[in-house]
Ligand binder design. Structure first.
Ligand code: SF4
Ligand code: FES
Length: 360
């Protein structure tokens, strides 16, 4: 099997974050501050990534602005020749810091939005005043000339705000909006009852996105991750395992996806101990679900297997207890009906309270 080089790398610079979103994709056991890679470690990883073929670097967290050396990290990424995107809640960004990031070579900013008004955004993010700061930061980002993407995670509690989220992206002069229905990994797994959308919400969201894409063609790009637990087919998670991208955790573990640590049979290499290219091509975790040889029926002989690669390995692990099983979001999975029943059950639990993410 010929293995292509990765296109994108997500660098989780820290798990620290001033917000405490209940759907955070960070693991429930987070990396402590004193285990974080140093600036020199990251600079070395960025050089290795560029040499490996990575084109885009996503600086993420936690909140990457919680790293005091963020500007130096961006300089290091630029020196390595990477296109650099900052994924941020905006807390910790000032106009002066954005100017410094611009001077250091930052290419793009992706701003997260937890709701389209202060009441929703501050409640879901668990941070009073966050919404006002995000709106201010969006103006600074655009004024500084950065292309802006808004990133909105939708769930049962805020899905009714989808039309406003799209309008807001236009008003804030974003070029792109990423609308992602919540994925149940990390902290979100603890919030399935409080956040699971209803089937009616999921269907309405699809309709709204289709209409908005037609209306805003040429003005706003809308990326959309639908609620696969209410659909017929799974998502093509990570563009296929070990195929297009990788994640590096704050303490240096190289992961095939952000939730890969939920698969207990996998062992992960650390970038401080093994060269990145060696990890990508020969690491056991990256090869575990690469290609098709690992697939079981019905994926093994399915004509969609090259389209979705059998769905999400982490969702298969969580719901089928076997990461090599067909993702139960697929209508051909023997567990599909059970998964949909589970999702419907969660979606009508109006008593469930949000479990907020804790700081590391
Ligand atoms: Fe995708 Fe497997 Fe379902 Fe086929 S059986 S559609 S490959 S998840
Ligand atoms: Fe891990 Fe989908 S989140 S493969």
């Amino acid at each position: 099997m010929s293995i292509p080089p990765p296109i994108a790398m997500l660098a989780e610079l820290t798990h620290r974050c001033p917000l405490s979103c209940p759907y955070c994709s960070n693991p429930v056991e987070m990396a402590a501050r004193d285990t974080e890679l140093s600036m020199r470690d990251w600079a070395d990883v960025f050089r290795q990534a560029a040499a490996l073929g990575v084109l885009q670097l996503h600086l993420s967290g936690g909140e990457p602005a919680a790293r005091r050396d963020l500007v130096d990290l961006v300089s290091a990424a630029r020196e390595a020749g990477l296109y650099t995107n900052l994924i941020t809640s905006a807390i910790g960004l000032t106009e002066a810091r954005l100017a410094a990031l611009d001077a250091a070579g930052l290419d793009h900013v992706q701003l997260s939005l937890q709701g389209t008004d202060a009441a929703m955004a501050d409640r879901i993010g668990g941070y009073k005043g966050a919404f006002a700061r995000k709106m201010q930061a969006a103006d600074w980002i655009v004024a500084a000339g950065f292309p802006l993407t808004l990133n909105v995670v939708l769930h049962r509690q805020n899905l009714h705000q989808l039309p406003e989220a799209i309008d807001m992206a236009v008003a804030l002069k974003a070029r792109r909006v990423e609308i992602a229905t919540v994925q149940f990994h990390g902290w979100a797994m603890l919030n399935r009852a409080a956040m699971m959308p209803t089937r009616a919400q999921a269907q309405e969201a699809g309709r709204i996105v289709t209409e908005a894409r037609a209306r805003l063609k040429g003005q706003l790009v809308i990326d959309y991750v639908p609620a696969d637990y209410h659909g017929d087919y799974p998502k093509r998670c990570m563009g296929g395992w070990g195929r297009t991208g990788l994640n590096i955790t704050p303490d240096g573990l190289a992961l095939p996806c952000h939730a890969a640590q939920t698969i207990p049979s996998l062992e992960f290499d650390n970038v401080k101990k093994r060269p990145l290219a060696d990890i990508w091509y020969h690491g056991s975790a990256f090869n575990a679900y690469r290609g098709e040889a690992w697939m079981q029926e019905p994926c093994r002989t399915c004509d969609r297997r090259k389209l979705d690669f059998g769905g999400c390995r982490c969702q298969a692990m969580a719901l089928a207890g076997d990461a090599a099983a067909t993702d139960p979001a697929c209508i051909k999975s023997p567990l599909h009906a059970e998964m949909q029943e589970l999702a419907t059950g969660f979606s009508v639990d109006d008593e469930a309270e949000l479990v907020y993410r804790k700081s590391s």
